[in-house]
Ligand binder design. Structure first.
Ligand code: AMP
Ligand code: MG
Length: 495
């Protein structure tokens, strides 16, 4: 693949680059530069992420960085590469995939990797064009930071940069590049790749790399099998992430094994959605015709994906029983994590057995009521948080057709939390039930404005989603019910 970057024009960002992934060797990737894009412009920037990388905020105003992060100018010290991985897509073995449009620049001294998503063709682009469109790039940028604001582990996003270069999807759109940031972009699919190809030496190199850099405690006990310990550690992190998705009402949309992070980060934002009305069987991805990735199937799919990872790691783990035991930890950790999150959402301040039973009964019944009454999920929890532990529930009750049902439930709930101080109940609930989530229609409005080169909504949403539990009284409209047209938004795999 020919590239035209002028390497005498390298931009020095003053960062120390370690390029740890590049040291794995060329079985793991192909080195290459980005493809250039004309006339880049800033669409969204995160000062918080710049700070985490150790990049001075002023860089986010510089034309040099703009050119570098759209892929037009090399960055001194980086070794851009596209990595190879495989994976299961929609339950089927898909064979080799790889970074078809993402380039890893390297990792910095802060322990974070930078990746340019949408930076052009790579040897793994298959039928694709190597590009990402403005629409999906804005969604990825905002949702990365929204998840972080919610306290959910996720890849982060430093910025999104647009170009007017045309990109063909269902309609003609324009290109954009997101600079993604994470401690590692390694996926379950990286392990599957080497395992399925019988490259067990490379499989071990990869597992050792991940353990050494991210899970060193897996080697703490010399008697333990470090690869089984790795599988268990990944299972725990994945369980935590899946529980948080369910509690907040987040639908990922494409939980293929190539989109599952080995660090339990929410990764690869495509057709994701935060629930508007609570529908447990909601399918957010219009390409998912069988509903494999429906909201209420996500925990089971996370386990299925971990089983695929276990299968891939089996040559290293050796004994099947060890792999099964490691995997098994997912179930109890997921349940424990979700129950703790639901207790917090309900304002239950203790976790003894009685409170656990109260939580289980209240959660089961309220979710059934929310589904039957088609109630907005986030608005319900936020209004409940503001109800003074049950002293003022009018705003909650008006969300339901079934008045008798919700009144009976509210009565049981206020009895359930009556042992605690009402102020403490409200405080816990207000920091557990976000006011602002990235609903589809909010993203859509920001995208429409951005297409007309107005980026103020991207900025406003970023600001709100960075602290979604705060009131931000001037922005009530962003916390309101979705408009009628929101249910007509179709989000597919096309990005
Ligand atoms: P995704 O569904 O976005 O997780 O992508 C699945 C695979 O397709 C990954 O290997 C991506 O790199 C690749 N891919 C998706 N879109 C494109 C594109 N426009 N050009 C090249 N590769 C792509
Ligand atoms: Mg992907």
């Amino acid at each position: 693949m020919t590239r035209t970057l002028d390497h005498s024009q390298q931009l020095d960002l003053g960062l120390t680059w370690r390029n740890s992934f590049a040291q794995l060797g060329e079985d793991f990737y192909t080195l290459l530069d980005a493809q250039t894009l004309s006339k880049p412009y800033w669409v969204g920037r995160s000062a918080a992420v710049a700070l985490e990388i150790g990049l001075h905020e002023d860089w986010l105003k510089s034309d040099e960085l703009l050119e570098a992060l759209i892929g037009n100018r090399p960055i001194a010290g980086t070794r851009p590469l596209a990595s190879v991985y495989s994976g299961h897509q929609f339950g089927q073995w898909a064979g080799q995939l790889g970074d078809g449009r993402a380039l890893l620049l390297g990792d910095t001294a802060a322990g974070l990797e930078l990746q340019l998503k949408g930076a052009g063709l790579t040897p793994y682009s298959r039928m694709g064009d190597g590009r990402a469109v403005l629409r999906s790039s804005i969604r990825e940028f905002l949702c990365s930071e929204a998840m972080h604001g919610l306290g959910i582990a996720s890849s982060r996003a430093l910025c999104v940069i647009g170009s007017d270069a045309p990109v063909r999807r269902e309609i003609l759109e324009t290109a954009a590049v997101v600079t993604r940031v994470a401690p590692s972009f390694i996926r379950f699919g990286h392990f599957e790749h080497f395992s399925y190809n019988g490259q067990h030496g490379q499989l071990k190199t990869l597992a050792d790399h991940v353990i050494d850099r991210h899970y060193p405690h897996c080697r703490d006990n010399a008697d333990d099998n470090p690869y089984a310990a790795l599988l268990q550690a990944v299972s725990l992190r994945t369980a935590t992430m899946a529980a948080q998705w369910q509690a907040v009402g987040f639908c990922h949309g494409v939980m293929n094994t190539d989109n599952m992070s080995i660090l339990g980060l929410t990764l690869d934002y495509g057709p994701f959605q935060f629930l508007d009305t609570f529908d447990p069987a909601h399918v957010c991805n219009h390409s998912d015709t069988s509903g494999r990735y429906a909201f209420n199937r996500q925990p089971a799919i996370a386990y299925w994906n971990l089983s695929s990872l276990a299968q891939a790691l089996l040559p290293l783990i050796g004994e099947q029983d060890l792999a099964i035991a490691a995997l098994d930890s997912f179930k109890s950790s997921f349940t424990n994590a979700l129950e703790a999150l639901m207790r917090a959402k309900l304002g239950i301040l203790a976790s003894d057995e009685t409170q656990q039973a109260t939580q289980r009964a209240l959660t089961e019944d309220v979710l059934a009521l929310l589904a039957r009454n088609r109630v907005d999920y986030s608005i319900f929890w936020r209004r409940l948080s503001h109800s003074g532990a049950g002293s003022d529930t009018g705003a909650v009750r008006e969300l339901f057709f079934d008045q008798a049902g919700i009144e009976a439930w509210l009565q049981r709930w206020s009895e359930g939390v009556s042992a605690f101080s009402a102020d403490q109940v409200s405080a816990l609930m207000l920091r557990s039930n976000p006011k602002y989530v990235l609903r589809n229609h909010l993203g859509e409005q920001a995208i429409r404005a951005a297409r007309a080169k107005d980026f103020t909504q991207v900025d406003s949403l970023l600001m709100l989603l960075e602290s979604p539990f705060d009131e931000h009284p001037a922005y009530e409209a962003y916390a309101d019910f979705p408009p009628d047209w929101a249910s007509g938004i179709e989000i597919s795999c096309s990005s």
